[in-house]
Structure formats: C-alpha cells, structure tokens
Design a protein around this ligand. Structure first.
Ligand code: HEC
Length: 193
C-alpha cells in the first residue's frame, strides 16, 4: 500500500517536472523546419473549422462580375501573392513558413484550384479574421469589406475562366509592374484606422 502511494506521488511530481524541463530547455518545436507536435494539425484545425462554420457569412453580397474579379486580382497581387503565389509561380516564402502557405493558383484533386471548392463566405472569414499562429494576417483593418469580398469571390472562381485583365495581374511575375489600362476600375480607398 505504502509503495503504491509512494509510486503515485512520485508519478504526480515527476510528470510535471519532466514536462517543465522539456519545455524550458529549448526542446519544443519553434523553428520552421522542426517536426510538428503530435496531433498539432488536428488540434488546430478542428476548432478552426468549427469556428468558421459557425461564424462565416452565409450569403455573398457581390456578384462575380468582370469588374469585381479584376479588382480582386489586383488586391490579390498587392496583398496575398507574396505568400500565396501567382499562376505557375509558387511563392518561395510560402514554402518556407510553418505551416506551409497553400498556393492558391495550384490545381489539386478533382480540378480544384486553390480554395475554389470553398464557399466565398469561408474564404471571406479567413481573410477578414486571419488564422492565429500561422502567419495568415487579418485584413479587416487593412482592406474594405468590398475588397475582402472581391478577393474571396475571385478565389472561389479560381477554377473558372477569368477576364484577361485579371489574368494579367495573376500571371505577371511580382518583380514586374503590371501595365494597367484606362478601363480598370479604380481601387476604393483603404479604411482609415
Ligand atoms: C504573410 C503570409 C500571408 C499573406 C500575406 C496572406 N496569407 Fe493567406 N495564409 C497564410 C498561411 C500561412 C495560411 C495557412 C494557414 C493554415 O494552415 O491554417 C494561409 C491560409 C489562407 C487561406 C486558407 C487556405 C486553405 O487551404 O484553406 C486562404 C483562403 C487565404 N490564406 C487567403 C489569403 C488572401 C486572400 C490573402 C490576401 C488578402 C492572404 N491570404 C494573405 C499566409 C499568408
């Protein structure tokens, strides 16, 4: 009986002490190349999906018109392409972040391009609120609501034919200025903080 109690007490003390030492001696993964913790993906993705499906807007207030798709492509190029890549040109930075940044113009299973299989409202939630501890920024103080919808609607239509002006923004390498034409819609002003 005494030995059992002794074992339990040692166990209760030993576990937190070993945990504390592991935690404070530089062992947990903190560098991008470190392997993930066991079940890290599940632990972070289950609550994220539950939150998004609870809170995402269920209706889309704008149409996928040529003007909105072109504006979305311009916003994408300025704000997102650095991490999420452009057509046939994945981002080197995105591949060297943890988690890796999904390349939103890459075709994967069943001809889905990027997040074209997600509703625009789900992408809008991610753009507006960001995804904590991943590097995905929250844009709700950087872009207007219309701009966030324009880029979300663009991504929901990434598997469909897009207007040539939109493709121009999405295909020109980031090191080049896109030659713009007079017919392009002007960008709405950014919100003031
Ligand atoms: C600094 C880098 C960075 C920038 C800039 C960035 N993102 Fe992200 N984004 C990320 C990372 C990292 C993730 C992955 C998060 C995860 O794994 O949960 C992500 C995830 C996403 C996702 C979810 C993808 C999926 O497969 O479910 C969408 C959609 C998205 N970003 C859209 C955007 C849009 C639109 C912009 C610009 C307005 C943008 N991001 C700007 C880093 C970035």
């Amino acid at each position: 009986m005494f030995r059992l109690l002794f074992g339990i007490i040692i166990g209760i003390l030993l576990c937190p002490i070993l945990g504390y030492l592991w935690f404070t001696r530089g062992n947990p993964p903190v560098a991008v190349a470190d392997p993930p913790l066991p079940f890290e993906r599940q632990i972070t993705h289950i609550p994220l999906h539950a939150r998004i499906h609870r809170d995402m807007p269920k209706t889309v207030p704008i149409q996928a018109t040529a003007d909105n798709l072109i504006a979305g492509a311009q916003i994408y190029r300025e704000e997102c392409a650095f991490c999420h890549g452009i057509y046939a040109n994945p981002s080197a930075v995105g591949a060297n972040m943890f988690p890796h940044v999904p390349q939103l113009w890459e075709k994967h299973h069943n001809d889905v391009v990027g997040v074209s299989d997600d509703p625009a409202g789900e992408t809008y939630w991610k753009v507006a609120n960001g995804i904590r501890l991943t590097g995905m920024p929250a844009y709700n103080r950087i872009l207007t609501e219309t701009q966030m919808w324009q880029v979300s609607v663009l991504l929901a239509n990434a598997d469909k034919p897009l207007p040539p002006e939109a493709l121009n923004f999405l295909k020109t390498p980031l090191s080049y200025e896109v030659p713009t034409t007079a017919s392009l819609p002007s960008m709405p002003p950014k919100p003031t903080r």
